[in-house]
Design a protein around this ligand. Structure first.
Ligand code: TPP
Ligand code: DXP
Ligand code: MG
Length: 604
């Protein structure tokens, strides 16, 4: 633990430098969230100076910006293992440290956590106060207002630090971000602040606070938040340690809900990353001097999806689409640029993204909702209630399906097959490689008989393109890629590549296997499955076993009394840790080598 409270302001500023140096050293070597973490350093040091991390809940929204918190709470040395298999997480994780009050990774949960914690503290009659660090991007999600609505009503003592760097991953969208900018840019306010600053600097603390309130009366001050029942203080300079500490002490002393609006620079302390650069949000290893990536980027499923949809959108003006604050991550950025009136970034608002596309389908447009598998979970009821119920032909392009790697438990895309296939009216399918992904996008565009969803992995597929010819998708039709009357891999999506690798290794050991690409989960190809001569089926998909494909096929086999044994190499019923996919799959015993060993043992 680093004892922040014992340090003077000069020492604290030196600590901020050391923290930035450590973050840059590790993230340049291993990758991670750079600009968010660099921008939050002073805010986090001030949190640790004013509040008591031994008892006050420290709550970080998304928590991708919380590296300084990890460095201050005993993880300085092991920080080298950041986001590596077996190493520390890139997000707050109570199982990793008691100072990580709550797990995070999905945005905009922090204020609800703080309200819940405040209720518990009040019921226990304890002297503790939750402190939240939330970014301006995270403020675009509806869940924040659900929490503010209650907090402003109940008046629990909670201090919320709004870290406003005028960036989400990309530029933030929406009325709120404009409002926050106005708060910082009011002409009268700016001029007044300059004159006022001299007086402020010399006045004693309580006078300072009253003076700030007086000052704010001349600005477009936080009327929105104050109407919601919170005290608003700000905007302050989020890199001025003295100012932040003073303000947090005032906020804490008020013993009511307070929002402290702090202006920061995303990427502060690493010149190339300072400002409005999407690239520096999440980075792979890079050269500290030049800022250049150390690994060259290869073709990704996202890029193929984006290019294919762009071509189709040029041909058909009815194609529209939406992303929830992930324009680059989902590849929708290029479409938004080419057709700004037809492709939208709605901010971190997956529920709104899903529902708002249904009326476009109703009105005859061809909407594509591009959302990571894990973040689509945030819009689940909207898929059921606003899309499937009335059978609107909304197309869900589910990116980051499967194990995503360094982001770990909160980001694995391993539940979408299960959570979608139980819904009426939806059609579910998946490509196995880049070429079939192009065909999947085309199939989705033409498919108008209700909602459909297709999934693809982070980065490249396991299967190279030229292995099997890419056939057009035909509703409900699977494909026998390699036949066998002995053992059959029933594979789906990115699982086909693993099945093919296992097939080749087993063949070298004299064990004959075949490979079926299921292609559709709903409806699946019962006729083809009935016709298979092989009576031992091994299921491979990059989804959880629970609610997965082996479960579905077992129901089918039992209901038809087929004499078939089924074994699943899907993911076990547990949250999957962070790390490179190969190491994580080996841990779960669903890597190709483990599959081969198991089949060899069973068929020796
Ligand atoms: C529900 C959900 N949707 C999308 C994301 C992806 N995401 C991670 S961080 C981020 C932007 C957060 O912006 P902000 O809160 O301003 O933090 P900053 O990085 O600017 O410090 C987004 C969209 C997420 N983590 N959770
Ligand atoms: C913090 C967060 O949720 C995003 O930055 C996420 O890490 C992006 O994931 P990709 O790197 O797969 O786009
Ligand atoms: Mg931001």
């Amino acid at each position: 633990m680093i004892d922040v409270k014992s340090k003077n302001i000069v020492e604290l500023e030196k600590l901020a430098q050391d923290i930035r140096k450590r973050i840059l050293e590790v993230v340049s070597a291993k990758g991670g969230h750079l600009s968010s973490t660099l921008g939050a350093v002073e805010l986090i040091i001030a949190m640790h100076y004013v509040f008591d991390v031994e008892k006050d809940p420290f709550i970080f929204d998304v928590s991708h910006q919380a590296y300084a918190h990890k460095l201050l709470t005993g993880r300085w040395d092991e920080f080298d293992t950041l986001r590596q298999f077996g190493g520390i997480s890139g997000y707050t994780k109570p199982s990793e440290s008691k100072y990580d009050y709550f797990s995070a990774g999905h945005s905009s949960t922090s204020i609800s956590v703080a309200v819940g914690a405040a209720k518990a503290i009040k019921l226990k009659g304890e002297e503790r106060i939750p402190v939240v660090l939330i970014g301006d991007g995270a403020m675009s999600a509806g869940m924040v207002y659900e929490a503010l609505n209650e907090l402003g009503f109940r008046k629990y003592p909670v201090v919320i630090i709004l870290n406003d760097n005028e960036m989400s991953i990309g530029k933030p969208i929406g009325a709120l971000s404009k409002y926050l900018t106005r708060l910082k840019a009011g002409k009268l306010y700016q001029g007044f602040k300059e004159k006022f600053k001299k007086f402020l600097d010399s006045a004693p603390k309580d006078v300072k606070y009253m003076a700030k309130k007086f000052e704010e009366m001349f600005s477009v001050h936080g009327v929105f938040f104050e109407e919601m029942g919170l005290e608003y203080i700000g905007p302050i300079d989020g890199h001025n340690l003295e100012e932040v500490i003073e303000t947090l002490e005032v906020a804490k002393s008020l013993k009511k809900p307070v929002i402290v609006h702090a202006k920061t620079i995303k990427g502060k302390g690493y010149e190339q990353a300072e400002g409005y650069y999407e690239h520096w949000h999440g980075v792979g290893p890079f050269d500290l001097k030049t800022g250049k990536p150390l690994k060259k980027s290869s073709l990704s499923a996202t890029k193929v999806y984006s290019e294919t949809l762009l071509e189709l959108a040029k041909e058909d003006k009815n194609i529209v689409g939406v992303t929830a604050a992930m324009p680059s991550g989902t590849g929708m950025k290029e479409l938004m640029k080419e057709f700004p009136e037809r492709f939208w970034d709605v901010g971190i608002a997956e529920q709104h993204a899903v529902t708002s596309m249904a009326p476009l389908a109703k009105e005859g447009f061809i909407p594509f909702v591009a959302i990571y598998s894990t973040f689509l979970q945030r819009g689940y009821d909207q898929i059921i209630h606003d899309v499937c119920l009335d059978n609107y032909p909304v197309r869900f392009a589910i990116d980051r399906a499967g194990i995503v790697g360094a982001d770990g438990e909160t980001h694995q895309g391993v539940f979408d097959i299960g959570y979608l296939r139980i819904l009426p009216n939806i059609t579910i399918f998946a490509p196995r490689d880049f070429e079939t992904l192009k065909k999947a996008v085309r199939f989705a565009k033409e498919f108008n008989d209700g909602p459909c969803a297709f999934r693809y992995p982070r980065g490249a597929f396991t299967l190279e393109d030229e292995v099997f010819d890419a056939k057009d998708f035909e509703l409900g039709k699977a494909e026998v890629l390699i036949d066998s009357d002995n053992i059959m891999f029933i594979a789906y999506g990115n699982g086909v590549g693993k099945a093919y690798k296992a097939h080749k290794l087993l063949k070298e050991q004299g064990i004959d296997t075949g490979v079926v690409d299921l292609r559709f989960v709903k409806p699946f190809d019962k006729e083809l499955l009935r016709s298979l001569r092989a009576k031992k089926w091994y299921v491979i998909s990059d989804n959880a076993k629970e609610g997965g494909i082996a479960e579905m096929l077992s129901d089918f086999v039992n209901s038809e009394n087929l004499d078939v044994s089924i074994e699943s190499f899907e993911y076990p019923d547990e949250f999957i840790p962070h790390g490179d996919v190969e190491s994580v799959e080996r841990l779960l015993k669903v890597d190709v080598q483990s599959i081969v060993e198991k089949i060899k043992d069973q068929n020796a």
